[in-house]
Design a protein around this ligand. Structure first.
Ligand SMILES: [Fe+2]
Length: 274
């Protein structure tokens, strides 16, 4: 008997309470473990937001209050921001598995596994936040990550290009610097959590890269050229700030592509490409 994961995916995705979402994701992950996945021909629901709790209050990225990391509140706000990224990452992974139904069953299986790892990260980081006397929802947050999911909900190729390959890969660039600041504070428990997140995120970006290549091949599109044009069209960038070449290569970006992209973005910045 093959197992149809789509109803449970829908419940997990729409669950507003983080604990309920996490429990449903655990259930889903266990259910698909050794099961053959059934095909689904019914279309997915279209919704503006996936399930999320009433708090944190969502504000524009520019309106998130900047706090100094050397205060207890500022440090907790930084942990909260990571919690929020992990919570959104659960929704993003569930949404990929739920929405894009015409791909081989391995696609849903891969993203359910990612969702399960994101749940793990969320729980770990929420525990760290709680140990400083705060909880998820206590600070404001922005909807940037989910907005990109909404914008790319009509095409798995676009989703793979812009969410794992741009937004999640950015996490690989910034995590080592965050870890260094956390270590400087002597918070070794949070360092250990960041190490787990960093290790797993390489795998998530790698899965995104794998399916991006797969979809490009299927459609006869040249992956590097397409990616450059998408970056220009959506006004996104990779080479601003530190780029973690080593982690990106492990996550499936080729050195050739990264070099091409750096050149391309330099010329964009210099106004040589229109
Ligand atoms: Fe994560």
């Amino acid at each position: 008997m093959s197992y149809n994961p789509y109803l449970l995916l829908e419940h997990a995705l729409l669950a507003a309470d983080p604990d309920e979402k996490a429990a449903l994701t655990d259930e889903l992950s266990a259910a698909v473990q050794n099961a053959e996945l059934a095909a689904e021909t019914a279309p997915p629901l279209d919704f503006r937001y996936a399930g999320r709790p009433a708090r944190p209050r969502l504000v524009a990225p520019s309106e998130v209050t900047q706090r100094k990391m050397n205060t207890n509140e500022g440090y907790a706000a930084m942990l909260h921001a990571i919690c929020h990224i992990e919570f959104n990452a659960v929704n993003l992974a569930l949404d990929a598995a739920y929405r894009f139904r015409r791909l081989p069953p391995q696609f849903a299986r891969d993203w359910i596994r990612v969702a399960e790892e994101e749940v793990y990260h969320f729980r770990l980081m929420r525990d760290r936040l709680r140990s400083f006397g705060y909880d998820y929802g206590d600070f404001e947050a922005h909807a940037h990550l989910w907005d990109m999911a909404y914008k790319t909900a009509y095409d798995p190729l676009l989703r793979m290009a812009l969410v794992p390959r741009v937004l999640e890969a950015r996490g690989l660039d910034v995590t080592p610097a965050i870890r260094a600041k956390v270590a400087q504070r002597g918070d070794l428990e949070t360092c250990a959590v960041l190490d787990i997140i960093y290790r797993d995120e390489v795998g998530h970006v790698k899965i995104g890269n794998h399916w991006y290549q797969h979809l490009c091949r299927e459609r006869g599109l040249e992956p590097v050229v397409l990616f450059r044009s998408l970056m220009a069209r959506y006004d996104l960038f990779v080479f601003r700030g530190h780029v973690n070449i080593e982690a990106r290569e492990r996550a499936g970006f080729s050195r050739f592509e990264l070099e091409m992209l750096e050149d391309f973005e330099k010329s964009l910045k210099a106004g040589k490409v229109v």
